[in-house]
Design a protein around this ligand. Structure first.
Ligand code: 5GP
Length: 180
């Protein structure tokens, strides 16, 4: 485990300011696309814990149309850097007839979002879209249709801005990767 103090080995990929600007753009695009929602039928944001909690907190403040938010717990990595190939989901959400937008930190193989989408689609939402802060297209094994992407990145293991390594580094205001 690399100590938090040892972030000299962390190379910054996106600064806090770059992330802020992109989140503002995503919020504007989502608000434009969902201009038809109302207080009676608001956009339903569902953020995937834990990694998307900071992204979701910033994104919801950049969305100007009526919306509500809930959280769903998904874990596929444990404390390792490679996917376990199984996804454990925890939630008690009702999405029937709702306009749902899933908020994810990273789409890697696509397995997590495929599992979540399959489970929620079975409840017949009015619509189901995906917004991810980061996309690693080179790592995709399970096809997922992403409506909003913050940044496409190479297949590197990243941390920061809510994204962890062994539960550490979530508090970093930027996104970085470890240089060897
Ligand atoms: P997928 O199911 O698409 O393979 O993986 C999605 C999940 O794996 C993400 O939500 C995230 O929790 C984790 N993940 C994928 N790539 C990375 C990475 O580079 N760093 C960290 N910390 N987690 C990652």
């Amino acid at each position: 485990m690399i100590a938090i103090e040892d972030d000299a080995r962390l190379t910054q990929l996106f600064s806090g300011e770059t992330i802020r600007n992109r989140v503002a753009e995503l919020g504007a695009a989502i608000s434009g696309d969902f201009s038809n929602v109302s207080e009676a039928d608001p956009l339903y944001l569902i953020a995937v814990l834990k990694g998307a909690f900071i992204f979701a907190a910033d994104l919801i403040r950049a969305i100007t149309v009526p919306c509500t938010i809930d959280f769903l717990s998904a874990s596929s990595y444990g404390t390792a850097k490679t996917s376990s190939g199984t996804v454990a989901l925890r939630h008690s959400l009702s999405v029937a007839n709702r306009h749902v937008l899933l908020i994810e930190d990273i789409v890697d193989t696509g397995l997590t979002l495929q599992r979540i989408s399959d489970e929620l689609t079975a409840q017949h939402p009015a619509s189901l879209g995906i917004c991810t802060l980061l996309d690693k297209p080179a790592a995709r094994k399970h096809p997922v249709r992403i409506a909003y992407t913050g940044f496409s990145i190479p297949d590197r293991f990243v941390v920061g801005y809510g994204i962890d390594y062994g539960e550490h580094y979530r508090q970093l205001p930027y996104i970085g990767f470890f240089s060897s």
